[in-house]
Structure formats: C-alpha cells, structure tokens
Design a protein around this ligand. Sequence first.
Ligand code: ARG
Length: 458
Amino acid sequence: MAQLWGGRFTKSTDQMVYDFNASIGFDKRLLQQDIEGSRAHVTMLAKAGILTDSERDQILSGLESILKDTEDGRLEITNAYEDVHSFVEANLIDRIGDVGKKLHTGRSRNDQVALDMKLYTRDRIDETDALLKELHEVLLKLMKEHIETYMPGFTHLQKAQPLTLAHHLGAYFEMFLRDRSRLTDIRKRLNLCPLGSGALAGTTYPLDRDLTAELLGFDGPTRNSMDSVSDRDYLIEFEAALAMIMMHLSRFCEELIIWNSNEYRFIEMDDAFSTGSSIMPQKKNPDIAELVRGKCGRVYGALTSLLTTMKGLPLAYNKDMQEDKELAFDAMDTATSCIRLFTGMLAGITFNKERMQQSAMMGFTNATDAADYLVKKGVPFRDAHSIIGRLVLACIDEGKAIDDMSLDQLKTISDVFEEDIYDAISLKTCVGKRLTKGAPGPKAMEEAITFYEAYLNS
Ligand code: ARG
C-alpha cells in the first residue's frame, strides 16, 4: 500500500478500507494529464523561485521517464498505489530521490484531481466534437445525393406530406449542430485552471497561477479556490451534452430500424454493419442501431448519478466526488464509440429510392395538393376537401395511388379534373412548391446545403 499520508496514523489501513477507498483502478487513465499538470506546476515553481532550476529539471526528467516507461509497458500501474497521483509521486521519489518530494509543494490532491479531470474532459470534448464533425460530413454528402429522393414525411408515424430524404437527414444535421455548439460552450466555460487552489484555501507560497494556466492552455486561473476544488459542473454539463447526443442518435437509430424493417424496406444496411440469427437463416438484423439506441440509458445514468452525488455536498472537497469518474468515463467511452459506429453504419446504407417514392404516393401524401388543384380551378376548398376524400376512398378500393387513377376514373369523381392533374400532384411538384425557408423544396434545400457547407468549412 503506497500512501502519501501515513505520518499522523498509528495503525495501518484495513485492507478492505484501502480497497474501498482506492481509485487507482479507474483514475489510472488520468496519468498523462496528471504528469502534464505536474510539469506545469514545477515549471512555475522554478520561475517563482520556489524550486531551483536544477530541481525542476530533475523532476521533469523523472516525470518524463515515468510516462515513457508506463507507455512502453516497463512500469505497471498496480493496485499497490491509492490513486494515480500517489503512483506518480511515489515513483518519482523512487527514481530521483528526495528532490522528488518537492513536487507537491503548494499543491493538494484536491486541486490536482480537479485539474486532471478538467484536462481529461477537455480532450474528450474535442474528440466528441471531431467525431460529430465526421458524422456531419457523411450527412451532408447524403443530403446532396438525395435532394430529389422523395419520401413520405410522418406525423404520429402516419404518412403526412411528401418531402425528400435530404430534408429528413437535414433535421438530424441540425440536431448534431446544436450538440456541437453545446460542446463549444461547455469547453469555453470549463477552461479556467484550478491548479494553485490547494486543498481549498489557496496556498501561502507565491504561486504564479496565471503562468500555470497559460502553460496548460487555459484562458486563466479560476477565481475562487473553494469552488475550484468542488466544482464538477463542467462534467455534469458534458454528461448532459452526451446524453443529448445519445438521445439524437437513438431517435435516428429508431428510424433506421423502422426503415430497415421488412414492411418498410426503405433502406438496406451494409452487411458489415448487420448481424444474423443463430436459428433463422433469413435474418439480417440491425443490431448496431439497436445497440446504440440501447446504450442511451447508461449515458443518462451517468448524468443522473453525478447530479445526485453532488446535490448534498457541503463545500469544499468531499470524498464522494471520487465517484465522478467511473460512470463519466463510461459515458464518454460509450458516446464516442456510438458516434463512431453510427457514422460508419450510416455511410454504408443503401437507400431504396423507388420504395420510398412509392410509399409517399401510396400514402396519399399529395392529397392536400390535389385539393389545392381543384381550388385553383374554382372549386370552394370545403367541396374540394370532400371530393378528394371520396377520391381517396376510391383509390383505397382499387389499391392505387391518386397518380395511378386514369383521367376517366378521376372524372367520375369530379369533372373538374383535367390532364394537368398528374403534373400538379407529382411528388416533384408537391415538394417543389414548398418554397419557404427551411422547407424541403429544392430552392430552400440548396440554401440550407450552402449554409452547412460553410459551417463545416469554418
Ligand atoms: N482520488 C481522489 C478523487 O478522485 C483524489 C483526491 C483525493 N483528495 C483527498 N483529499 N482525499 O477525488
């Protein structure tokens, strides 16, 4: 058991207590951040005259060797240490002797862990954003390909009005755009450096907190030492952002699962992203989409867990806060792998254009446009509504779309119908007439795509 605090104790820790208390099993993934923080700390200590340049250099090279040896597998992070901070300090002292004991001058594990978690979270925010950018690129490519792929738009999962696949995908582009802007906000808000806050009340050493903040890429130091060591807001915000991303992915997956079903057959999933059944040879299941949808729950769980952990904590640091890590790491790992998998799956989907178009026609999504056609020919809207209602009934009887009825058949319902009805209710016309900003019409879609292109290039 390598502990940093034995002096005050007369008895050694019970093994069960030691194990329960230790965080090394999961905080070892903060090694790089811990060493990065220590590097900045000693560099600052030497600049402030608290360490000599030679002490600084010995510590820096000791830290470097610890990082290198752990990466190369020559040094193992074992449960013999309480946490990653003890691991680094104990190994440093082993390697460079007494001078290693000076590393922790003017620092507490409380501001150290606050720093490590912020540095780690910042990297994971950047990683998440980069993955969402890749997803955005796939979405935009598909949108450009499907400006004229007509499909039914749904409300209540009932066919409503015709639109295009590009427009449908555009809705998801918007969701992920908001997700990314949330990440930008969170990153900006978290980017103040807690190092130098000590255990809770700062330190008596003349630390240059502006310098450490700058060395670590922060916009400046935090303003209140108590808040610095007890703030986990940024992590909660990130977990909330991840929960939102998962919710968006899950909705998308739900739609892909429906579109992939035997009844819809709007899409065909790539074999590389589907799985089979051990008993039913005909099966090709959308397991990846189902798993992404399923994993949403554990990311929500991490958010609820940390909110609950934090709600009763008096200022400043309490050991409860060690519980911020495991589920947060799991949420980060889960969300990033889901975005990655989802992007690959989306890129490999074949869209069955014919089927989508046929479905829009068979669903009478152009019925409103057919009524508008009659209105343009002078029929009062209420009468037009009832005529088209009767026409739809006749179509259902025949198992046909409005477009498939002959002019003679149409004329038995109303003699106002002329040959030009077919063009007026074609999906191309129906969608083409939707001109308002944000609508699926080609003009509005082009504007949207130009905007998305500029957004991705900025
Ligand atoms: N492992 C601890 C954590 O994750 C590090 C901070 C320990 N500080 C303390 N005062 N016990 O929160």
